[in-house]
Design a protein around this ligand. Sequence first.
Ligand code: PMP
Length: 452
Amino acid sequence: PVPPLLEKTSQSARLFEEAAQCIPGGITANIKHFDPYPLFMESASGARMRDVDGNEYIDYNLCYGALMLGHGHPGVRRAVAEQWETMGSFVFGAPHALEAEMARKLIDLYPGIELIRFTNSGLEATMLAVRLARGWTEKRKIAKFEGHYHGGYDPMLINVQSRNRKRGERPRPVVDSRGVLDEYQDQTVVLPFNDWEASLEILEEEKNDLAGVILEPVQGGFIPPDPVFLRSLREWTNKQEIPLIFDEVKTGFRLGLSGAQGRYGITPDLTTLGKVLGGGFPVGAVGGRRAILETASPVHRGDVLSGNENQTHSRDVLFHSGTYNGHPTVLAAGLATISHLEYEGVFAKVEEATRLLRNGMEEILARWGCSGSTLGDGTIFNVMLSEQPVQNGTKRDAAYPCLRRELDIHLLERGIYIKPMNRFSLSTAHTPDVVAETLDRFEEGVKRLTGK
Ligand code: PMP
């Protein structure tokens, strides 16, 4: 019999208690908390992670999807070590050849990217994308979709009150966090995902003020877009000349090497990337149409070389800076990751493993009389213990019932790590035998859930 979680994670409990004395909530990102306490990890390799009590897990969180090659891939380790060796330093704070090398690679892969800038996180990338959209259009408001996550900064910490909303009623933006000014409710327009008719009505009302529309092309990485919805949104934003921003921090290099835009054949005006792009190191990037990105260039707008040092701070130029932007370690790790993914058949194998896992899980759920299915596209999916089809965040909440919470604990006890997001991302390390082992553990968990 598998011992319950509390019994076998006492060292995590101790570390959590210690951490909580000097870090609010004991965690460095609110999302990392789960009940009764988050597990502290010590080491990892490939698809597996080991916690401080020596329990081993097959990792399906993969640092929120970032580790597309699993933990500690030798090619990435080598690239980073060689980079440090060659540089004799970790970072110069001056331009480095890898910046243009990575830029070129991304321009080749992503149809919507003509020029690109690097940041240190996905959050910074969406923040810059929003500034670019505002700078380009000289308009004020940004439209986002209900339940879509773009990093936790003020104008994106606006959501809607889904509950108690009457059918057909316009979602009312509300502040999602303490410390965020109510004013943002007036700058951020919130739209219902996958509902074109309702979105259009709001967009038409707001269009004169709209600087851009941002969305996760696949919500949370697993709720796919309705094709008609996505196409209509692209056509409308094109017609209105309002920049469409694809936040591909999650879908980039996970829905294929060209992200959601490659997969669905829809080209946005601006694209944000992150996660996989950094090969396990902090990163973000904003790419897009040449004309929009050029607003951030100080060179074309005057006499930088004539000694006017304030040039880059002038109101004409869109400000973007960052001590660690284009960090050579990050770029070396990212380039090594992308070149591995580009080998013939590598990406397809991860997609095949994902299909195998999803099909297996669905068979198991059916075998044990559990109504449920899996939802996703590419290399990320979620298990939905719900009979209702899921189309957007509102319904997703309804599809995470107590039953699912219970199943997740059974899975964790059996060494399947999907915390804290409770969804499954795969990597090149998730080979068919790892999938088979996962399915055995999943079946045990489902059996326990159904009391059999
Ligand atoms: N956008 C999306 C779609 C994301 O999934 C995330 C991170 N989960 C972010 C932005 C923010 O990225 P970061 O955590 O690197 O700031």
